[in-house]
Ligand binder design. Structure first.
Ligand code: HEM
Length: 492
């Protein structure tokens, strides 16, 4: 035994039970008592330690996306993009990077059914040679709001009523009646799209606009899209009731079984690109995350493929303690002025310091796989054994360790301090286009689902007519058909 090399893992299991201190446990079924019938003695160290561990087993669930499944695999570049970015992991076709992916629902609790109508999270962590790059996206290409100031309210309105702990449609219809920009996300959510059949048959989207940057500093706006090679599949409402009623973890099981049987789930990665010089030429703001970039104007360009070929070994370590962060970027990729994106670069590490502790980046699933070094140290549950004598910078005893310069955007930013909405809101046009692209039966299903929730007795006539006006502005026919189903007068 080398007393200085021990690292807790299953590889160090003893052949018999021990306490956490390593002392042998000779009885794991009976408490230490005075006589066979008790009382129990506090000096039963093993009993007290067993309860101390059990009593603290659960950590706070994620404030959103609590329910999820993860799997490991690789990303492989298939097409040249080195003309757009100096990102090392995208340097040439054939280059592979290890990844971990977590799929999730958004609103409902850790043990909730995976058949509920909800956006699905699609988060990918690339362990690159230049650090972790996380695309923390959803299966819907847009989001309910464009300003993070409203994100906690979006989530509260969708979460259960704080009084009854029941999700109640009047609460989100009330709140979103103040948010016309939510229409496009709402359409996807109440469309068949709102219940993917499982995690394998769904798209993923980075949602925000990113920047790709070359070594020379040339910048290109970019959106990321994941497309499953096995195609898209959804559950209609009646099917979801049956699937969810017989197995509330059906999507986790589907993912695990597919990988275990060698039927590896695969997605192709595409990008849409735009020259930042063109950003004012459109009738919408390309940095507005409530908008898509039309594919006829900004075609999908293939980049690579994502293959999930390994199930996780430990759900707690590799799912519950997994921490994604939209702020985790690598040289060659950067954020844009998308307001939601910017606040997200703060919020995730903040919640993870609370949920997992200040040293959450030392947890093996979160730690970069490349060598890394800085003077951030110590804190609760630090287990990194460091022997450097210099913990400050700069120092004449420690060779300078700044990396080579990384290109960052060079655009000049000027303006007054304001708290306001963006000039080009254009809240309804893309929703109308999406609605008209559906066949009649799909449109009818959307109308029925919306009419059902809008018929909640707590939805006031005022809230109903605001919504009717929004849908009519998206598409006149949609407004008329909804009005007649709700027994109201069409507004346009
Ligand atoms: C400002 C807006 C947003 C804020 C403040 C926010 C905040 C959060 C927080 C606090 C978590 C829990 C993280 C954890 O405990 O590890 C989370 C998870 C997540 N969020 Fe957001 N979010 C925002 C917008 C979005 C948007 C627009 C998307 C989709 C593009 C998104 C996708 C996700 C996903 C996929 C997860 C789950 C990651 C995982 O599987 O662990 N979020 N978000």
């Amino acid at each position: 035994m080398d007393p200085y090399k021990h690292r807790p893992s299953s590889a160090h299991n003893s052949p018999y039970l021990t306490t956490n201190q390593g002392a042998p446990v000779w009885n794991n079924t009976s408490s230490l008592t005075v006589g066979a019938r008790g009382p129990v003695l506090l000096e039963d160290y093993h009993l007290i330690e067993k309860f101390a561990a059990f009593d603290r087993e659960r950590i706070p669930e994620r404030v959103v996306h609590a329910r999820g499944a993860s799997a490991k695999g690789f990303f492989e570049v298939t097409h040249h993009v080195s003309n757009l970015t100096c990102a090392d992991f995208l340097r040439a076709p054939g280059v592979q990077t290890p990844v971990i992916v977590r799929f999730s629902t958004v609103i409902h609790e850790r043990g909730s059914p995976e058949t509920l109508r909800d956006p699905r999270g699609f988060a990918v962590k690339f362990y690159t040679r230049e650090g972790n790059f996380d695309i923390v996206g959803n299966n819907i290409p847009v989001f309910f709001t464009r300003d993070a100031m409203q994100f906690p309210d979006v989530i509260r309105a969708l979460k259960p009523n704080p009084k009854t702990h029941i999700q109640e449609p009047w609460r989100y219809l009330d709140f979103m009646s103040h948010l016309p920009e939510s229409c496009l996300t709402f359409l996807y959510w109440f469309d068949d799209w709102g219940i993917p059949s499982d995690y394998r048959h769904m798209d993923g989207y980075g949602v925000h606009t990113f920047k790709l940057i070359t070594k020379e500093g040339r910048e290109t706006y970019c959106k990321f899209h994941w497309k499953p090679t096995c195609g898209l599949k959804f559950l209609l409402d009646e099917e979801a009731v049956i699937v969810g009623g017989s197995n509330h973890s059906h999507a986790t099981k589907d993912l695990t079984d597919a990988i275990a049987s060698g039927n590896y789930p695969e997605w192709k990665l595409y990008i849409q690109t735009m020259d930042p010089a063109d950003e004012d030429k459109l009738d919408f703001d390309p940095l507005d995350d409530t908008k898509i970039w039309p594919e006829d104007l900004f075609p999908l360009q293939p980049v690579g493929r994502l293959v999930l070929n390994k199930n996780i070994d430990n759900f707690f370590n590799e799912n519950e303690m997994l921490a994604f962060n939209p702020g985790a970027i690598v040289p060659g990729i950067y954020y844009t002025n998308d307001k939601m994106f910017q606040t997200r670069t703060f919020a995730y590490a903040d919640t993870q310091r609370h949920r997992l502790g200040p040293n959450y980046m030392q947890i093996p699933v979160n730690a970069p796989k490349c060598p890394h070094y800085n003077n951030h140290r110590d804190g609760f549950m630090n287990f990194l054994h460091r022997d450097e004598e210099v913990d400050y910078f700069p120092s004449r005893f420690d060779p300078v360790r700044a990396s080579e310069k990384v290109p960052i955007p060079t655009d000049v930013i000027t303006g007054r301090r304001v708290k306001t909405v963006i000039p080009k809101e254009n809240n309804f046009k893309q929703s109308g286009e999406l609605f008209r692209s559906w066949p009649r039966d799909r449109q009818e299903r959307f109308i029925k689902r919306f009419a059902d929730v809008a018929s909640d007795p707590k939805v006031t006539p005022e809230i109903r007519s605001v919504w009717l006006s929004y849908w009519a502005q998206c598409d006149r026919g949609l407004g008329q058909r909804l009005a007649s189903r709700l027994g109201m007068k069409a507004l346009l």
